[in-house]
Ligand binder design. Sequence first.
Ligand code: SER
Length: 318
Amino acid sequence: MSDTKVLIIGAGGQVGTELTLALRESYGNQNVIATDIKEAEGIFLDGIYHTLNVLDKDAILDLVKKYKITHIYHLAALLSATAEKNPMFGWELNMDGLLHVLNIAKDNGIKRMYWPSSIAAFGPTTPKTNTPQDCVMDPNTVYGISKQAGERWCEYYFAKYGLDVRSIRYPGLISYKSEPGGGTTDYAIHIFYEALKNGTYECFLSEDTGLPMLYMPDAIKATIDIMEAPAEDIKIRSSYNLAGFTFTPKELADEIRKHIPEFTITYKPDFRQGIANSWPASIDDSRARADWGWKNDYGMTEMVDDMLKNIPVMMEGR
Ligand code: SER
């Protein structure tokens, strides 16, 4: 697919960093244009990179034209906890950003576009376990409301303009190559660093808060697979449910203790507890499995093994 030219918006984030590496691998460095509001650093020094504010639609359009972009991955957003601290900016960035990209994609012959939704699009009266693809969605966070509205907009642009936009409702994503920023599920990453550095962790969620999670290699695989699937296989144009496994902070701590027996955890729930309480505990992702062959490779045990193996290597390199 040498005619594919990819634009990644929000490439410096938790998903974007690893997705940039994977897309460079698939399409070649010269065909992947990474952008973020931050200055280039790390892996972005090895490829094409531009600083870009997604609220600047003229700047997005310039890049689309300059590089004859065919595929856009639009990842820039404020996550759940950060958006609660600044609701109006969260709404502006998440909504106006998406609408700018949808309009540019529609008007400039973009072949495929990707935009992530989230388990945050569900809400307190959504069925909590094995949450179905189609059910009540009453998000009560700014982030969740923006994801719910975004899903409707993606569906609208597909139905009305034929824009081939595809989406996944990511659960909590666990990674070590890139850091999370401002999410409610971030505890499941911080815990590893604290366990390795200090042998103890104070968790901002209560011990029995179960949330759906996914290991980053699986999230990247899912993102690439949904984008490479034939258009007729993508039967849901809002966003697909997707998950790997569910655990509570206590269960994660117990699993870490199998490797670090002296590890201790304490619990001090803060405002993020309310956010977590409004989200599903587990997800029914059978539609993704049936429609485009989704299947996770990592379970919780494999994820914990891999995190504890790789984080010390990363910490040494820093
Ligand atoms: N991981 C995200 C968050 O916690 C959910 O999409 O905000």
